[in-house]
Design a protein. Structure first.
Length: 301
């Protein structure tokens, strides 16, 4: 008998805080692996929805096994703040955090940051630099750097905390992160295939052809995004053997969750990964927890 191999999750709206607690509890109850808070429009201050990272943190308080993926654009971003946000989310959810990166080079986002509109190539270089810098910051505290031993009076092992000096095209960073390494070591990073972020742990695709392309480019984990429809189960069966997970998008989360409970989950039960309390998102994905890159070198590189 095949081992479970498919993660199933749902994308939830960012503009309905009232329904959120019920939706995430329901998602966990029926056995979904994750939920995604995806701000497609990307820029702050538009009044279209709440911040995805804050929503994920809010959802973490009422769930114990559900992975919580929050979207945050890399364009015009502050990588130091982003890395700390997702590290906090990972600590607050005991290792269930995921970061969906995006490239948003629209004029509207540029105005929100009082910045010029970047050329597409520059926006993609910025995305790679932001994610790469966040990863270095997550590693800047080795495991065990936080001692907090009242008997000896030692709080930190300073030899295990490293400065991260990054000089990139659009920003520079100096210093370690503000807090210890995330529970997962590295927060799970996701990116859509069209954004071409090669450093992503999970690549999101729209179909079999994109899934094949992502695999050919070295993606270790691939998720397909599918709109809910009467043919949802057929669509999932068609693509399931090509991907590691499915993200269901639906305008009505309540109805979608009921459809998943009644029709989809029972039909796919033999292949679905069932998360358990205390399991990290990396463990769901069967991805290793990486060591800090600085653990063996004794310094930043």
């Amino acid at each position: 008998m095949n081992e479970p191999r498919l993660l199933l999750g749902i994308s939830l709206p960012t503009d309905d805080l009232g329904g959120l607690s019920g939706w995430v509890r329901r998602a966990e109850q029926i056995g979904l692996s994750f939920v995604l808070f995806d701000d497609q429009l990307g820029a702050p201050g538009r009044g279209h929805g709440l911040d995805p990272v804050e929503l994920a943190a809010y959802a973490g308080a009422s769930t114990t096994s559900l992975a919580l993926i929050a979207a945050a654009a890399t364009t015009h971003a502050e990588p130091f703040h982003l890395s700390n946000q997702f590290s906090s989310l990972d600590w607050g959810t005991h290792g269930r955090a995921g970061w969906l990166t995006s490239v948003d080079s629209t004029a509207e986002r540029a105005r929100a940051y009082s910045a010029p509109v970047p050329e597409p190539a520059l926006a993609h270089r910025e995305a790679a630099a932001v994610v790469g810098t966040a990863r270095r910051l997550w590693d800047s505290w080795e495991d065990g750097a936080l001692i907090a031993d009242s008997a000896t009076g030692r709080f930190l092992d300073h030899d295990r905390i490293h400065y991260v000096d990054v000089q990139e095209e659009l920003f520079s960073i100096r210093g370690p992160a503000l807090m210890p390494r995330p529970v997962q070591g590295q927060v799970v990073v996701l990116a859509r295939h069209r954004d071409g972020l090669g450093d992503a742990d999970v690549v999101l695709v729209g179909g079999v052809a994109e899934a094949s392309q992502a695999r050919a480019r070295g993606a270790s984990r691939v998720f397909a995004e599918i709109l809910i429809s009467p043919a949802l189960l057929t669509s999932i069966r068609r693509i399931a053997k090509h991907v590691d997970g499915i993200v269901v998008h639906a305008p009505d989360p309540e109805a979608a969750l009921e459809d998943l409970r009644r029709w989809v989950i029972p039909a796919l039960a033999a292949f679905l990964v069932t998360p358990v309390a205390g399991q990290t998102f990396r463990e769901q994905l069967d991805l290793p927890r990486p060591d800090s890159r600085y653990a063996s070198t004794g310094g930043a590189r």
